[in-house]
Design a binder for this molecule. Structure first.
Ligand code: HMH
Length: 221
């Protein structure tokens, strides 16, 4: 949120929670090279389920953009996100087979269900574009911030996890997140105080759900 606007304010206001979501012990264990591979495999199997649910959510954001925005570049950026999700699904299948993680018949755990239910609650036509695009940005930004930590010079990320970290930690993905942040800020600038409040609430919810998701991956067994 380097261009000011409500998002920069919220990142400050909810700094502690944002750090919990973006510097979770699971991510730090990847960065430090001490990650438990069974945690990684659990994360992989659960994240595939999440991403499948994320596709209709992003499609719903696209639909809202088409209805509500006067800026065609919003559509292009969201469409780019959908295109990379297509790529991401293929990547998950390849990665899962590499790690022997079954993808079909793999049940979502409670924190994943909670997160998916939250996504569903944002898909309705009663939810404003500003709220949905803010949540969309936050979901992508948490992964970008988290995985880019594992690519820093001082990291000891295991070689076999570098592809995962690059998927979300790379520079193009960072730029894409910046575009989403700009779109969200621009949309929020035109929103009513009530909608801005709802968007902040959605942002906080995303952070909480992300922490729950990492905890699920990192838990025992
Ligand atoms: C839980 N949050 C979760 N999974 C993802 N793949 C992303 C965010 C980013 O797309």
């Amino acid at each position: 949120g380097e261009d000011g606007g409500p998002i920069a304010t919220w990142l400050n206001k909810h700094r502690q929670l944002y750090l919990e979501a973006t510097r979770h012990p699971f991510i730090l264990s990847i960065k430090h090279g001490s990650v438990d591979i069974s945690s990684f495999k659990r994360w992989l199997g659960q994240d595939y389920i999440f991403v499948r649910e994320f596709i209709p959510f992003v499609a719903s954001v696209l639909l809202k953009a088409w209805k509500e925005t006067d800026d065609a570049s919003d559509i292009d950026i969201i469409l780019g996100g959908i295109a990379s999700l297509n790529d991401e699904i293929s990547w998950f299948k390849k990665e899962a087979s590499k790690w022997n993680v079954p993808l079909s018949g793999n049940a979502p755990q409670k924190p994943n269900q909670d997160y998916c239910r939250f996504l569903e609650s944002l898909m309705g036509s009663n939810i404003e574009y500003s709220v949905a695009i803010t949540a969309f940005w936050a979901i992508e930004a948490v992964y970008q911030e988290s995985f880019s930590l594992c690519l820093e010079d001082d990291s000891r990320t295991p070689e076999e996890l570098m592809g995962t970290c690059q998927r979300w930690g790379n520079e193009d993905f960072r730029q894409y997140c910046c575009s989403l942040c700009r779109i969200a800020n621009r949309s929020l600038a035109k929103a009513t105080a009530d909608v801005v409040r709802k968007a902040e609430e959605a942002f906080v919810h995303v952070l909480e759900k992300e922490v729950g998701f990492w905890n699920m991956s990192y838990g025992d067994s």
